[in-house]
Write a protein that binds this ligand. Structure first.
Ligand SMILES: [Mg+2]
Length: 225
């Protein structure tokens, strides 16, 4: 199923700027909770607001609570809170352990891009923060599910395409839009990883970059790259 038509106009324009070789492997990686420690950064930010994240389920809505009373912040306030977090912290999140080294090694054999649902206004701060931590790759600010963007880039590829994300909806969306992709369900935060079973739409599940690197290297070798 080709869902390219669902693609946001701005996202499509940014994707069209990429100079990619469809005959060479491609790694499309999410940022939050894959390359960057999203939950740890969010917890720091919430702490400064007198709030905390009660990690009972894989969701932010309903799990953000006031430190003094343990009252949850109303679900409808979550988008504003997250917007404030991204505005303040999009450039300040710490890299996930071993992510930079793994991508650096893989960059000898594959093209790498970052597909992140960071707000467009914070795209540059995010790209700079990744570059500062050893990950200088093109950063695309996506909107919504990621299948349409992946299909827009990857449909022309004859070489292997890998997709990494922590969110099951994105893995499912990419499975539906670009079935041939090899999908890694990666959740860096181990507390978060425990709250979710591996996505049925993924081929590999991990919280550890050296393992994800080994999986991709083995797949590349098996396909002659
Ligand atoms: Mg993410």
């Amino acid at each position: 199923m080709n869902t390219s038509s669902d693609l946001d106009t701005g996202v499509r324009a940014a994707l069209n700027e990429l100079k990619l070789d469809p005959t060479q492997p491609l790694i499309i990686s999410d940022a939050d909770e894959v390359l960057l420690q999203f939950v740890a950064g969010l917890e720091r930010y919430l702490d400064g607001q007198g709030l905390w994240l009660d990690l009972q389920t894989f969701a932010l809505s309903g799990n953000i609570k006031h430190k003094e009373t343990d009252e949850p912040v109303p679900v409808e306030k979550t988008p504003d809170l997250l917007a404030g977090f991204f505005k303040a912290e999009a450039g300040n999140l710490t890299a996930v352990d071993h992510a930079a080294e793994a991508l650096d090694a893989l960059s000898n054999r594959a093209q790498i891009i970052v597909l992140t649902n960071v707000p467009t206004a914070q795209r540059d701060a995010r790209a700079e923060s990744l570059a500062r931590q050893g990950m200088s790759y093109p950063v695309i600010a996506n909107k919504g599910l990621k299948g349409p963007a992946v299909s827009h880039i990857a449909d022309a590829f004859t070489a292997p395409v890998f997709f990494l994300d922590d969110i099951p909806h994105n893995l499912k969306s990419v499975a539906e839009s670009h079935e041939e992709s090899r999908r890694l369900h990666f959740i860096a935060d181990k507390r978060l990883a425990k709250l979710l079973p591996p996505s049925e739409h993924s081929h590999f599940h991990s919280s550890h970059w050296p393992d994800a690197q080994a999986f991709m290297e083995a797949e590349l070798a098996a396909q002659g790259f």
